[in-house]
Design a binder for this molecule. Structure first.
Ligand SMILES: *[C@@H]1O[C@H](CO)[C@@H](O)[C@H](O)[C@H]1NC(C)=O
Ligand SMILES: *[C@@H]1O[C@H](CO)[C@@H](O)[C@H](O)[C@H]1NC(C)=O
Ligand SMILES: *[C@@H]1O[C@H](CO)[C@@H](O)[C@H](O)[C@H]1NC(C)=O
Length: 318
């Protein structure tokens, strides 16, 4: 800045300038102030511009990154354009340019979106993955055969296809394996398969029949089950009612509302139940006796009936 100011001062203070204004002293004075004013204005505008320029370049230097330095390298914060590009972010085209090897590499890098390694990329494009034998097994016949199978002759590079043909002993082995593992002829195998299928179908049919037969009985089974459940429930209910009746009887005996958890109550209940059981036993005995008597009578009648068969049939009807 100081240089610019000095330059203006030099221009306006030089003797040539003064010489020029010598003819009119008033004018000179006026012009000197005028010139100084101009100098100040110019100086301010120039200073301002350079200041802006320097700040913008400074900003650029600090904000350079791969997103705003589009066609260039971002080095130490400043964007260095590739050939054929210009501008602060190298965003403008500056004309035609022949591609060099370096540029092509750059382009290939930009096209490399998958970021796959070369081998994987080759496999993806159905090309043999390696250009040379890198590992020991790449040199084996087995691997070469696989490459031939997958990628055709280009998978072999310079190995002749004939080299991969199995040797005589390998063929022998293979034939023996076939003989042992699959001893039947094709026709025999077909017959076996047909038989197997028939057997399978027969089994399925049998099972179907079984299921349909059982399904026909399902309703009956369900009814039986429901009847069984109902009977059980009725039994439980009867037992409950009986017990309630017993409790009621005991209460009536005591004459007041006694707690069923009371020991006295329990005692009474046990006694009552015992009596009940006894009564039942007697009843059973009686009925047994009655049945026995009936049998005896029947026997006697049968004996009579041998002489009077007409009478026994009538009695039997009764
Ligand atoms: C970046 O700047 C530093 C000093 O600020 C310098 O030592 C270095 O060499 C520069 N790097 C490049 C690639 O220009
Ligand atoms: C693509 O990029 C990946 C990762 O940067 C690299 O390993 C691979 O070699 C590149 N592929 C090609 C064809 O340049
Ligand atoms: C049963 O008795 C009646 C007479 O009371 C007689 O007419 C009838 O033939 C007798 N039946 C038999 C099977 O003896």
């Amino acid at each position: 800045m100081a240089e610019i100011v000095q330059m203006f001062l030099f221009l306006y203070k030089s003797k040539y300038r003064r010489k020029y204004y010598k003819y009119d002293e008033d004018k000179i004075e006026f012009n000197i102030t005028y010139a100084l004013l101009w100098a100040v204005i110019l100086w301010v505008t120039v200073f301002h511009h350079t200041a802006i320029a320097s700040t913008t370049t400074a900003q650029l230097e600090h904000t350079c990154n791969p997103t705003n330095c589009i066609n260039g390298y971002c080095i130490n914060g400043s964007c260095i354009c590739y050939d054929g590009w210009q501008g602060s972010g190298c965003q403008y085209c500056s004309g035609k340019k022949e591609l060099t090897l370096f540029d092509e590499e750059e382009i290939m890098n930009k096209r490399n979106k998958s970021k796959l390694g070369i081998n994987d990329r080759n496999i993806l494009n159905e090309l043999p993955p390696y250009d040379a034998d890198l590992l020991w097994f790449h040199e084996t016949i087995r691997y070469k055969r696989r490459m031939l199978g997958r990628y055709g002759t280009k998978g072999l590079r310079n190995v002749p296809v004939g080299a991969l043909w199995p040797t005589e002993s390998e063929i022998e082995d293979r034939l023996e394996y076939e003989r042992v593992a699959f001893p039947n002829t094709l026709q025999e195998d077909w017959a076996l398969i047909a038989k197997r299928n028939e057997e399978k179908e027969r089994k399925i049919k049998l099972r179907d029949e079984e299921v349909t037969a059982k399904m026909a009985k399902v309703d009956q089974w369900r009814r039986d089950y429901e009847a069984k459940v109902a009977k059980k429930e009725a039994e439980i209910k009867a037992a409950q009612e009986k017990r309630e009746r017993l409790i009621e009887d005991i209460r009536r005996e005591f004459g007041y509302k006694i707690d069923p958890r009371d020991d006295k109550f329990k005692e009474a209940l046990a006694k009552k139940e015992k009596e009940d059981r006894k009564r039942k036993k007697e009843a059973r005995k009686e009925s047994q006796n009655a049945r026995f008597m009936a049998q005896l009578l029947a026997q006697a009648k049968a004996d009579n009936a041998e002489t009077q068969p007409n009478q026994t049939t009538e009695e039997k009807k009764e």
